[in-house]
Design a protein around this ligand. Structure first.
Ligand SMILES: Cc1cc2nc3c(=O)[nH]c(=O)nc-3n(C[C@H](O)[C@H](O)[C@H](O)COP(=O)(O)OP(=O)(O)OC[C@H]3O[C@@H](n4cnc5c(N)ncnc54)[C@H](O)[C@@H]3O)c2cc1C
Length: 409
């Protein structure tokens, strides 16, 4: 019998097939009941993440010269798609997403000293850089409005000292309870003193244990309704001292450094949405074939069959776009990469939501029963339309960049 996933398969390279096989083997040990329980208890999937770490998957993007496997976006796209489709859903991929996607800015911009110290440890899972601290209460979609500051200390003779002092609040920062470092974005020059609002922002690697020991970091968990196995936090920094050597890249250029990796990250989120949509659609189709009402399988009714078929068509198309973008994203200019990534993320999130919604409807009352999982996929698919960039903002980017229409903000 053809499964939903095999019917929408795309051609894979040899490297992608190896990743697919390896990740499927890991995922086999973590069944639906495992993910259901993590979701219900708001419990981080430590066992799953530890297994991936032991096998070196968390350092997927660490280059070979630093002891990593040196995989690229096309392989990570397959990796995340498989994890989500296995039943892990968005929570399964989000459990490790940061650990993988905080690596590129470090590889591209950290000092040689920092890279030599950190990257081999990331590659073997000894150290985790799972969190990115960008969003703030007054800086969500408009992240350049950030108010968190990092001021360089001064030595006795007024010269730049050897640390930065961080003050401010961050919001929605994920996995702070499962990371050694946060990649923190902070203003080093006030917004009204820079000619472009994207300038004057810097990137730091903040040692969480160190700032906690200083008593300079308070964290508060934000309870949420989707993917709560992966916790998100509010962070409050008060006079947190960060060594100047932990500045990543150039002072004031952090936003551009972040942008370099954001497109890839969005594309990988798109793959996570595809996997989630596949899991939901498989569950919906299986239930449609097996549940009998009025002495026939409900899947015989076109009112049930067509929404599933439409979801299949849209998911297949979105998957093609995601894989095509993954193959091309490194060969195009940043703006075009942004168009590829935002288009893929927009389509994949919509397709995942449509699939999850159809799967819930197919299940009738059981659509909201926890034991059937589709309600979990549905909550997660809803979240995918909000993060890491809301659908409206993805469309804004496409409108102003691909279509060259005027910007409204
Ligand atoms: C579960 C979760 C995990 C997260 N993890 C992290 C993390 O690890 N690190 C991190 O830094 N951030 C994280 N975020 C934050 C996330 O990136 C933001 O929530 C997202 O960028 C949207 O910002 P916002 O919530 O402030 O929405 P807002 O910016 O307040 O927007 C609200 C609504 O208005 C719409 N809107 C705003 N401006 C426009 C416009 N010009 N045109 C059209 N529509 C507009 C938006 O699309 C959205 O629908 C996380 C969020 C969640 C929910």
């Amino acid at each position: 019998m053809t499964t939903v996933r095999s019917a929408m398969a795309v051609p894979l390279s040899e490297a992608q097939r190896l990743v697919q096989r390896g990740i499927r083997e890991v995922c086999e040990a973590f069944d639906d009941a495992y993910w259901r329980e993590c979701d219900r208890e708001g419990r981080y999937p430590d066992e799953f993440v530890d297994t991936l770490a032991e096998e070196g998957w968390l350092g997927a993007l660490v280059p070979e010269e630093y002891g990593g496997p040196g995989l690229g976006t096309p392989e990570v796209v397959v990796m995340m798609e498989e994890i989500a489709a296995s039943g892990g859903g968005f929570a399964g991929t989000q459990a490790i997403h940061g650990g993988i996607y905080n690596v590129p800015p470090l590889v591209n911009y950290a000092s040689e000293e920092l890279k030599a110290e950190l990257l081999p440890k990331l590659a073997d899972g000894e150290v985790a850089v799972q969190s990115l601290g960008l969003t703030e209460p007054n800086a969500g979609s408009d992240s350049t409005a950030m108010e968190t500051t990092a001021r360089r200390s001064k030595d006795a003779s007024g010269r730049p000292g050897n640390e930065y002092v961080v003050n401010g609040q961050k919001l929605w920062i994920s996995r702070v309870d499962r990371t050694d470092y946060v990649v923190l974005m902070a203003r080093t020059t006030p917004r009204d003193e820079v000619e472009k609002r994207t300038r004057g922002i810097s990137m730091f690697l903040v040692d969480v244990a160190d700032v906690r020991e200083q008593g300079a970091l308070e964290t508060r968990r934000i309870p949420k309704t989707a993917a709560d196995a992966v916790h998100s936090f509010e962070l409050f920094f008060e006079d947190a001292r960060v060594p100047a050597r932990n500045l990543v890249g150039e002072e004031g250029e952090g936003f551009y450094q972040l942008l370099d990796g954001l497109n890839e990250e969005r594309l990988v989120i798109a793959a996570e949405c595809i996997g989630l949509g596949e899991a939901a659609l498989e569950a919906g189709v299986a239930y449609a074939a097996e549940r009998e009402v009025f002495d026939r399988p409900i899947g015989k009714n076109q009112a049930i069959q067509h929404p599933l078929a439409e979801a299949f068509a849209h998911l297949t198309a979105a998957k093609r776009v995601v894989h095509d973008a993954a193959d091309r994203i490194h060969d195009v200019e940043r703006e075009q990469a942004g168009v590829l990534a935002n288009t893929a993320k927009y389509l994949a999130a919509e397709a995942a939501f449509e699939a999850a919604d159809a799967a819930v409807q197919t299940h009738g009352g059981f659509g909201v029963a926890r034991e059937y999982d589709v309600e979990r996929y549905f909550r997660e698919a809803r979240l995918c339309r909000l993060v890491p960039i809301a659908q409206e903002l993805a469309l804004n980017y496409i409108g102003t960049t691909a279509l060259d229409l005027p910007r409204s903000y």
